[in-house]
Design a protein around this ligand. Sequence first.
Ligand code: HEM
Length: 204
Amino acid sequence: KTSCANPPGHILYIFYFAISTYKTVMQMEYLDMVVNESVKLFPPSGWLERACKKTIVTNGATFPKGTVTMIQAYMLHHDPKLASFFISVFGSRFSKESRHTVDPYTFLPFGAGPRNCVGLGFDLLSLKVALVVHVENIAFRSCQDTQVRAHIDGWTIGLTGPKPIILKMVPKTRFSQKSKRQCSKGFYLIFLIPSSSYMRRGDI
Ligand code: HEM
């Protein structure tokens, strides 16, 4: 048992906790499905940009060489013409059995190709860890300031709305025990600082 008052022991405890949490979180298939479904419904980045290397004619429209095109991931993710994208059970399209049916160019929360998001692995890991820690310790409830149908504006650089999405956070009983709170302090520092920056941006 590591004492939190012992600094070297505390650091080892944090490493051990971080590595074992990493392994556990990466094995959680349903969590993976939920995260993928969430970034599909609300892709935090507003759009991707690509320049045409040569003149392209597609669907009767001509894009001369050098044209900068904007790809709106939110619209693509909600396009009813992409039938494979509409499986009724939440997240089930990203299960091990059916994720191969998802065309990677119709699912672009982190872009695609050689210029996709460099932080992809880190984003997903920190997002999952932040979710696990939050859901374990905090219950999210609606309150009088919660917008029941949140207004989302997809035409800005990040997917946000004119008003913040406000939820009430109710600590679960275990969270209020002093010993548990002390030992998870370092863990919060490591993971919640990077993840909070994009949570603000994406308002998810
Ligand atoms: C949820 C969080 C994040 C989302 C949704 C996100 C999304 C994106 C998207 C959509 C792109 C454009 C990809 C493309 O054009 O194909 C991008 C690029 C990039 N991202 Fe992220 N990102 C996130 C977090 C991060 C983090 C944490 C880092 C750094 C550790 C990072 C580093 C980068 C870099 C360097 C690029 C430019 C890549 C290039 O142009 O070659 N991102 N990101």
